[in-house]
Design a protein around this ligand. Structure first.
Ligand code: ADP
Ligand code: MG
Length: 599
């Protein structure tokens, strides 16, 4: 019998390990930025080509490395950050595993130039696929520059797995935000394909938020601050009126590290109870500082989970801190508003005896009585048609029947539509042959608008109205870039917009369903949806853009509808081939069968 076990060569072992640490350019960016921060840099510049595919370079003014450290740093388990197992319980640096550089060097061509501050000369090293190609003394500024070229050049499977540049870049930007938002005392820049996207100066967290998202963001937040023995909390929570329909800007940090922690996030959202409209989410940027021995971050480098020893106490403190921040807000607005006019009821004249208001109703009316099953309201004596809902009048009424067969509008006969009733400004109830249909008004509109936008080139898709006064919208540099990318599609859908300067757009026309007062949040939400959908690898970018536009238009449409408007909406809905769900798959119509009604 012969022996069959080999020890893998380091280059192979490193490549395998690399799969865990570096799965896309963004994760290499994260590791390099963290190394620069650990090296005590005060300025860190990130340079990218082709969304990191061709080049990721990080230049810092940190401590730099000696000649031999420069070579050693590419070895696996080479770290200056921990010395013994005990150190694991008091981690104060971002990295500590000594894996990142070894992994990156296994799957890319890496050039390191580094110099200690008190050294005359630095070192330049070239390493490819874990093999050192050259090392020589070099004249370079103090600090470190690490250039990662052609990531995954020797791992075609990974390389082919990369998404479009815009997607990879949005992952990198997310990493960049997660780091720069909480390290506000450091300067950062981000340059992509020769264009400076961000140039962040050291400053306060609020200034950092404004630099990343646009200066108008400053007005949207309240500051949270709290200090207890257990935790120091500092950050900003969004004003309720700026809540979003998606969980967009929700950032929690612990000891300078971005974390995901559902329970902590829930504690923040709890503080907003009753302040937000249905299905809206607050934005927040909150940094916690806790004793490193009270948390466990010794987990996978790409994961963002963290465990706290004192979790329950922490949640309670966080929630009350956020509540306090929001409470100050509600008090302030209450004081600044006059009493609403409708409560200005003068004192009653003396001797006035208020009368009990009376309600007229027909005590005999029973919509469920068997005689009324086919709709005639025989039992009712009142002339008012209180049972509109259940009354399908006569059998000649043409009602679309379910399930919905694809019936495009031209084939649909002009509808002597059944009567509709609006419930809670949210649902339309109407009678169909299969039962009582409850239609979610907003979702119905979303489906109709989506289908309209999808008929590209059609008159409907190009409908546009010129605004009386052009509207200026402000964006972050990155959002402005994204908007430039989406401009052709937006134009096809009826928007006219032009960039003025780096971050401002002036909008001169919109489709008829868009309110001009709302344009800023409208575009913000569309961009944030679009980014979220590219992150979630949605198949078709046009489709996700259309879905988001339709959702935003529908969300902002008026809610109270006349009888004709309701009937039109129902008819338009049933003309859609997929009338029963929204583009994102949410149910639009619920049918209550006659049998169920009888119950
Ligand atoms: P870790 O960060 O977990 O220690 P890395 O592989 O990321 O592991 O880095 C290995 C070592 O290389 C670090 O511990 C540090 O000593 C050194 N190093 C890496 N990047 C820099 C840098 N930008 N400046 C100075 N030293 C660095
Ligand atoms: Mg590291």
């Amino acid at each position: 019998m012969s022996d069959i076990i080999n020890i893998l060569p380091d280059s192979v072992a490193n490549q395998i390990a690399a799969g865990e640490v570096v799965d896309r350019p963004a994760s290499a960016v994260k590791e390099l930025l963290e190394n620069s921060m650990d090296a005590g840099a005060s300025q860190i510049d990130l340079i990218l080509k082709d969304a990191g595919r061709t080049l990721i370079q990080v230049i810092d003014n940190g401590c730099g490395m000696s000649d031999s450290d420069a070579r050693l740093c590419f070895e696996r388990h080479a770290t200056s950050k921990i010395h013994r197992a005990d150190d694991l319980f008091a981690i104060r640096t971002m990295g500590f595993r000594g894996e990142a550089l070894a992994s990156i060097a296994a799957i890319a061509q890496v050039e390191l130039r580094t110099r200690l501050h008190d050294a005359e000369l630095g070192t330049a090293i070239v390493i490819e696929g874990s093999h050192i190609v050259s090392q020589q003394p070099a004249a370079c500024p103090p600090g470190t520059s690490l250039a990662v070229k052609n990531l995954f050049y020797n791992v075609p499977a990974r390389r082919n797995f990369l998404k479009k540049d815009s997607v990879e870049l949005s992952h990198i930007e997310e990493v960049f935000r997660r780091i720069t938002l909480v390290h506000c005392d450091l300067g950062f820049s981000l340059q992509h394909n020769g264009k400076l996207l961000y140039d962040l100066k050291p400053g306060s967290m609020l200034q950092r938020i404004a630099q990343l998202y646009g200066s108008y963001y400053k007005e949207r937040f309240f500051s949270v601050e709290e200090e207890t023995d257990l935790v120091r909390i500092k950050g900003f929570v969004g004003k309720p009126e700026h809540s979003r329909k998606t969980r967009g800007e929700q950032y929690l940090f612990v000891n300078g590290r971005y974390i995901k922690h559902p329970a902590l996030a829930a504690a923040v959202e709890k503080a907003y109870t009753d302040l937000l409209p249905d299905r809206s989410y607050p934005s927040y940027f909150i940094a916690l500082q806790v004793d490193p021995s009270r948390i466990d971050i010794n987990i996978h480098p790409n994961k963002t989970e963290v465990r706290f020893v004192d979790d329950h106490a922490l949640f309670a403190i966080l929630r009350s801190a956020v509540k306090k921040a929001l409470g100050q807000f509600t008090l302030a607005t209450e004081l600044s508003f006059d009493t609403p006019p409708e409560f200005n009821i003068g004192p009653a004249p003396s001797g006035y005896i208020p009368q009990q208001p009376s309600v007229k109703y027909n005590p005999d009316y029973n919509p469920f009585s068997s005689s009324g099953a086919r709709g005639s309201n025989k039992g009712a004596t009142g002339s008012e048609k209180t049972n509109l809902l259940f009354d399908s009048n006569d059998d000649s009424t043409i009602v679309p029947s379910l399930p919905f067969t694809p019936s495009h509008s031209p084939s649909l006969p002009p509808i002597p539509s059944p009567a509709c009733l609006q419930l809670q400004g949210r649902y339309i109830a109407t009678s169909l042959s299969s039962g009582l249909a409850l239609i979610d008004q907003r979702r119905a509109l979303e489906r109709i608008l989506f289908d309209r936008l999808s008929q590209t080139g059609s008159q409907a898709a190009r409908q546009s109205q010129t605004l009386l006064f052009p509207v200026n919208c402000q964006f972050s540099a990155a959002d402005a870039d994204l908007l430039a990318e989406l401009k052709p599609e937006l134009q096809a859908y009826g928007f006219a917009l032009e960039a003025v300067g780096q971050t401002t757009y002036v909008v001169t026309a919109t489709p008829p369903d868009v309110q001009e007062a709302d344009l800023q949040p409208f575009f913000e939400q569309v961009l944030s949806d679009y980014k979220a959908s590219t992150l979630q690898k949605f198949a078709d970018r046009d489709q996700s853009l259309r879905a988001s536009l339709a959702r935003q238009m529908a969300a902002r449409a008026g809610t109270s509808l006349s009888q004709e408007e309701m009937q039109q909406l129902v008819a338009d809905l049933f003309a859609c081939p997929m009338a029963d769900t929204t583009p994102s798959g949410r149910r639009i119509i619920t049918i209550v069968k006659p049998e169920e009604l009888l119950k």
